[in-house]
Design a protein around this ligand. Structure first.
Ligand code: DI6
Ligand code: FE
Length: 407
């Protein structure tokens, strides 16, 4: 068989479970045909290809998957960052009309082109740390027009690429200022108008919500989730980030794809997630940036068999973190994940958090979404902070990034 592309002399972290750590195969080749992986196994001089790439023993992993981002927004929150360093809390700023709502103002005021260009630049940053798939949430529009505008922008980013984009409607991110006195009215608008419109236009792959004292109550999230599921969309939840709002249990009850943050989640909720197969998306960047004292209960997640993903949560307020590889470092340093858990969290488990069965591991039949790294040791990805280790990314078999060719 002649492959379109053959990567040879690789150390391959297939990330397939149930074998060696990292599903590691040394002295291996990967054959790619029509954008899919068609061979992974020992080097063999009999293999032939249109293009052959000898990687000299270096590491190849699945291209990383950032399963939780908010990259479509206007403005920044650098001033607020300085206010927090001077002693204000995130919740104080939200109560004063800052926080998410301040980004909403800047996003509503931004032109379509400015929104697109800002997010495209961030996608470029993410590519340099090996990211081939990105989940993008709305949530800085908080009205019909602007939530749709953000999701259309995200879809457009996916069409232009190079990365694959998965989208989530997060209209239930904060109560918009114009509904401050009547949040239930806004929730009804999400359920009765926004979700049907988003489904009609095919703009969202899932529906997310922020369940928190400063955002939406359990009862309100329940309404949004019910409407989403009736419309055929899976759900995910920002759960128990700042306080224990029983978010983990709520996510599990709805069979959510993921529950994200979880710094304050209780054990019963985590146990329920394990039973429901809901993925825990860990967000060490926001934990560090907000100097959050509670850490997610990793021991309980391991005990209850909750698969863990790791994401940047890239957003202007709580996690201006553009490198998923750095998020892996933070997940080990701050949350004590192992380097292997950290890499599973940005590949196999991140794919599961997005409901994607065609990426996240290296095996025949899956998309050829691959990253090449300047190391032979998979633990190095979570060990170095700030080293530009990613040398190349292929997305569906097409070269999307080569270090050194990027400017
Ligand atoms: N939790 C977060 O960390 C982000 N959204 C959320 O629900 C914060 C978004 C922001 O502050 O702009
Ligand atoms: Fe978030």
């Amino acid at each position: 068989m002649t492959y379109d592309l053959l990567i040879t002399q690789a150390t391959v972290a297939t990330m397939q479970p149930d074998g060696l750590p990292y599903g590691l195969i040394r002295d291996a080749s990967i054959g790619i045909t029509d954008g899919l992986i068609s061979y992974v196994g020992p080097n063999d001089p009999a293999l032939s290809a249109a293009i052959e790439r000898d990687v000299g023993g270096r590491l190849v992993t699945p291209a990383l998957i950032d399963c939780h981002t908010h990259i479509v927004f206007g403005g920044t929150r650098i001033g607020e960052f300085e206010d927090r360093l001077a002693g204000k809390s995130y919740a104080d700023l939200a109560a004063e009309g800052g926080g998410i709502v301040s980004t909403v103002g800047a996003t509503r005021a931004a032109t379509d082109i400015a929104l697109f260009d800002g997010a495209a630049e961030r996608m470029g940053w993410m590519l340099r740390s090996g990211v081939g798939t990105i989940e993008i949430k709305s949530g800085y529009g908080l009205n019909h027009r602007d939530e749709l505008r953000i999701l259309r922008t995200a879809r457009q980013l996916g069409h232009v690429g190079p990365q694959r984009v998965v989208t989530s409607l997060l209209a239930a991110h904060a109560v918009p200022p114009e509904h401050r006195d009547d949040p239930d009215h806004y929730v009804a608008e999400i359920c009765q108008e926004l979700i049907p419109q988003v489904v009609e236009e095919g703009l969202a792959d899932s529906v997310d919500a922020f369940c928190e004292g400063i955002a939406f109550s359990n009862a309100q999230v329940r309404e949004v989730f019910t409407a989403a599921q009736e419309a055929g969309l899976p759900v995910r939840l920002h759960a128990d980030q700042l306080t224990d709002g029983q978010g983990a249990a709520l996510a599990a009850e709805f069979g959510a794809l993921s529950a994200d943050h979880l710094e304050h989640a209780n054990e019963e909720g985590l146990r329920a997630m394990g039973r429901a197969g809901t993925i825990a998306v860990l967000i060490p960047g926001a934990s560090v940036f907000l100097d959050e004292a509670n850490l997610p209960n990793i021991q309980a997640m391991r005990r209850f068999g909750v698969p863990m993903a790791v994401s940047t949560d890239l957003n202007p307020g709580t996690s201006p973190l553009a490198s998923l590889q750095a998020a892996m470092w933070l997940a080990t340093a701050r949350f004590r994940l192992t380097p292997e858990e950290s890499l599973a969290g940005t590949t196999r488990n991140a794919a599961a958090a997005l409901g994607l069965a065609d990426t996240g591991t290296i095996q025949p039949g899956l998309r050829a979404d691959l990253a090449l790294w300047a190391t032979t040791d998979p633990a190095a990805l979570a060990y170095w902070l700030g080293a530009p280790l990613c040398e190349a990314v292929w997305i569906a078999g097409v070269s999307a990034y080569e270090a050194g060719n990027d400017d």
